[in-house]
Ligand binder design. Structure first.
Ligand code: CA
Length: 226
């Protein structure tokens, strides 16, 4: 595992780097935001640990610029600030987790390991299957460029199918992900909603994206038989 540690306080970068090296990680320490951004854009890091207050380029700007090119690398932010507003902004800027200074190395290690275990995450707001596109930011759905209007439940069902493209989802899996606790247990509701969704997504198109997998459930896929 190769980690970029962007931290200008030698005491902090020293103890973090020593700990991570003991965990057999390769650690590059950079104390300057601008140089750190260059490193982040040059090497394929498995994790970036980013202090927010850095000379030459603020950590938040480093984060935003990193995210413009690399939406996948996990970023753990180190911050002295501790207001809710800042935290929300951090996650909106593309941070995966944060630690408030001062922190114990054990806590940093637990969080770093959790991010490394999870691996790269696709942060793109769009899900695409064939000519069907779902934008999670605007919640707009289009097929072949044409807007499709969905109800909230139809949207949630389609999003779940598209997140699991080419995977068969059982009716129970669909119920657990799309309906809440108040759901009263009629499994046939899934079939009803899939039928509605199909009529909006697949009717009039030669390629049917939503498939019934007999005895198993449903899935969405782009290629294969019409
Ligand atoms: Ca600092």
């Amino acid at each position: 595992m190769r980690i970029l540690l962007l931290e200008d306080e030698p005491k902090v970068s020293g103890f973090v780097a020593r700990g991570l090296t003991a965990e057999r990680c390769a650690v590059d320490i950079v104390a300057d935001g601008r140089e750190g951004l260059e490193m982040a854009q040059t090497y394929p890091y498995d994790l970036i640990i980013l202090d927010l207050m850095l000379p030459r380029m603020d950590g938040r700007e480093v984060l935003q610029r990193v995210r413009r090119k690399d939406t996948c690398v996990p970023v753990l932010v180190l911050t002295a600030r501790d207001t809710l507003d800042d935290k929300v902004k951090l996650f909106e800027s593309g941070a995966d987790d944060y630690l408030t200074k001062p922190f114990a190395f054990a806590e940093l290690l637990v969080r770093a390991k959790a991010l490394l275990r999870r691996g790269p995450v696709n942060r793109s707001s769009s899900l695409i299957v064939g000519d069907l596109e779902l934008d999670r930011l605007t919640q707009q759905v289009k097929r072949a460029g044409r807007r499709i209007e969905l109800t909230a439940k139809e949207y949630a069902l389609l999003e779940y199918l598209m997140q699991n493209v080419e995977r068969v989802l059982s009716r129970n899996m669909i119920i657990e992900h799309v309906w809440d606790q108040s759901f009263d247990g009629i499994t046939n509701i899934v079939d009803v909603y899939v039928r509605h969704l199909r009529s909006k997504v697949d009717d009039g198109f030669e390629t049917k994206l939503i498939r019934t997998v007999r005895g198993a459930g449903y899935m969405i896929r782009s290629g294969g038989e019409p």
